[in-house]
Write a protein that binds this ligand. Structure first.
Ligand SMILES: [Zn+2]
Length: 68
């Protein structure tokens, strides 16, 4: 039972972290996300400043735009 409890707690922790990350990404208008929504990599501050409202790292953004 202990192992199940621990796994469940870790799962909840991960979920709340993910939710907080998404809230940070979407909750403030055009503020850039701190972490890429696709791969979870940290987005460099220079990119966040250069591209306000971006929510992906450069690599993922290029992939998204290439698909359009
Ligand atoms: Zn990415």
């Amino acid at each position: 039972m202990d192992i199940v409890d621990t796994a469940q707690r870790q799962q909840e922790q991960l979920l709340s972290m993910t939710l907080a990350n998404h809230r940070a990404a979407w909750g403030h208008g055009h503020q850039s996300a701190e972490y890429c929504l696709e791969c979870g990599e940290e987005i460099p501050a220079a990119r966040r400043l250069a591209c306000p409202g971006c929510s992906r790292c450069r690599e993922c953004q290029e992939e998204v735009e290439a698909c359009r």
